[in-house]
Design a binder for this molecule. Structure first.
Ligand SMILES: [Zn+2]
Length: 335
């Protein structure tokens, strides 16, 4: 997999490739954009492009350096996920001073230690910090010190879908590269042509995933289309709460279920405002959507959409899922 496999990010990639070609890479980069659009993948491809032993500014995919990076075995390329604790710090954390702060700063301590050493075999060391918005204040301060004077033989790439949660001082030290989601129609085409999905499935995934190709690909081999239609049958089209298609103990499944309901009522609302039927996420249920658009008033729709989004918020707060859905059902049938 190489730069050409990263779809819809031509601007960002051309910018990065020209930085590599002209040997004017910055010490720190910040890759921002929604989840599942290719940020981490691009960061790893940059690491290969810089260190490839066969080609300049483009990974060959077959030299030892490219292969080691692909298998996560390269000693100079570090992929750190700020969502997971560092092994050595886990042991420290189990001592009396332990705690999440100690765990998070572990990532940056590891980086501080490594970054001052010369590369073992790479032209340039690369540190990719995924979910960088989850670094704690102490870890962020330590990172800031590194970014103020990054060693020449190193490159730091921060990856996040929530840049507003990073320290402003960190953001200002990095070259920002934005990764937008694909246009939904484009993603629908890609899923149909390149991945062989049928039209209605490609349409649903492209719109449901809001153009995020990584999310669409992660869902493409699941049963999501049948599950989403079962969810719609259960709640939106019945006159009593059944929720038979969802495992109430599985909070992720309940969240998915609520997200489907949100798309259902969003479609109805937008149809009422004149959106063409083929733009609906659930265009495979177009006839039923039209019937519901006639039946519900805007006031009713606003009220049910509020109830669904409140339920999604309550779900975060560990509320009993059965009660949550019963409560939502009662609200829906009142509307
Ligand atoms: Zn190579």
């Amino acid at each position: 997999m190489s730069f050409k496999d990263i779809l819809g990010q031509e601007n960002s990639i051309n910018q990065l490739r020209s930085h590599i070609k002209e040997e004017r890479l910055e010490g720190g980069y910040l890759f921002t954009g929604p989840d599942g659009v290719g940020k981490k993948f691009t960061a790893l491809t940059i690491a290969k492009a810089i260190n490839c032993q066969e080609q300049d500014s483009e990974p060959c995919e077959i030299c030892p350096a490219c292969k080691k990076i692909n298998s996560g075995q390269h000693p100079d390329i570090h992929l750190i996920d700020a969502d997971t604790p560092v092994d050595s710090e886990l042991k420290e954390g189990s001592a009396d001073t332990g705690g999440s702060e100690a765990l998070k700063i572990g990532h940056v301590r590891q980086l501080q230690k490594e970054i001052s050493l010369r590369p073992y075999e790479a032209k340039r060391k690369v540190f990719i910090i995924d979910n960088a918005h989850n670094l704690t204040p102490a870890a962020s301060n330590a990172l800031l010190k590194i970014l103020e004077e990054p060693p020449k033989m190193s490159l730091i790439i921060l990856v996040t879908d929530k840049p507003a949660r990073l320290f402003k001082t960190i953001v200002s030290r990095c070259k920002i590269i934005k990764f937008p989601a694909l246009n939904r129609k484009e993603l629908e085409e890609v899923l149909r042509k390149d991945y062989g999905l049928d039209s209605s499935y490609a349409h649903f995934l492209a719109y449901f995933c809001e153009g995020r190709i990584g999310k669409a690909l992660a869902l493409k081999d699941t049963d999501i289309l049948r599950e989403k239609n079962a969810a719609i049958d259960d709640l939106a089209l019945s006159t009593e709460i059944k929720a038979g298609s969802v495992d109430l103990k599985d909070r992720e499944a309940v969240r998915g279920y609520l997200n489907v309901l949100a798309t259902w009522f969003r479609d109805i609302c937008l149809l009422k405002t004149g959106m063409p039927a083929e733009e609906a996420i659930n265009s495979d249920r177009g006839r039923e959507l039209a019937v519901w658009a006639d039946k519900l008033t805007f006031a009713q729709l606003n009220s049910v959409m509020d109830a669904v989004s409140d339920s999604i918020l309550y779900l975060e707060r560990n509320i009993n899922t059965k009660l949550l859905l019963l409560n939502l059902g009662a609200h829906l049938w009142k509307a």
